[in-house]
Ligand binder design. Structure first.
Ligand SMILES: Cc1cc2nc3c(=O)[nH]c(=O)nc-3n(C[C@H](O)[C@H](O)[C@H](O)COP(=O)(O)O)c2cc1C
Length: 153
């Protein structure tokens, strides 16, 4: 199964998580791209799409990721993808009102574009989580299992 990991980050935390997740899945079965470099063509031939995104502003996706978000929103038709999943990073202690809403935005967008969600998003509180990558890798393993079976919600 071919997984594309799209990383939406400002200061690199989501990128670190994306890299560790990619290493766990294996380079032959996955590819990672920063959202600011991502194009719709990157989705061609991809079976599972994983968004790893932090949150900024008033619960928004990071600024550099906004063009790709808009591309997904505006595309007349997206390539057929089997499943998607989202890992959303945020800080609940500083931003309780908008905790991890960047990830939630991707989740809502992809769902609204007709792509099937495998597993509810993993939302990680970076103010307390000591093992971001381990937590993410454990979730991704379950997500991929779900994506390979019926797994839709
Ligand atoms: C200016 C600023 C605004 C932020 N806004 C939010 C927010 O609205 N909600 C939230 O959950 N986290 C918010 N965060 C926390 C970041 O999403 C969190 O620190 C994340 O781990 C950063 O990931 P990154 O290094 O991949 O950009 C904010 C952080 C900063 C510096």
């Amino acid at each position: 199964m071919d997984t594309l990991i799209v990383v939406a980050t400002m200061t690199g935390t989501a990128e670190m998580v994306g890299e560790d997740v990619q290493a766990a899945i294996g380079a032959e079965r996955s590819r990672m791209v920063l959202a600011e470099r991502a194009q719709l063509e990157d989705l061609d031939g991809v079976e599972t799409l994983l968004l790893v995104s932090s949150t900024y502003g008033k619960g928004e996706v990071p600024e550099p990721a906004k063009p790709f978000y808009a591309m997904l929103e505006a595309a007349a038709r997206l390539p057929a993808l089997a499943r998607f999943g989202v890992i959303g990073l945020g800080d609940r202690s500083l931003y309780p009102e908008t905790f991890a809403q960047g990830g939630q935005q991707w989740d809502r967008l992809l769902h609204s574009r007709g792509i099937v969600r495998a597993s509810a998003p993993l939302l990680i509180d970076c103010s307390t989580c000591q093992d971001l990558s381990d937590t993410s890798i454990a979730w991704v393993k379950g997500w991929l299992r779900e994506a390979m079976t019926e797994g839709s919600r």
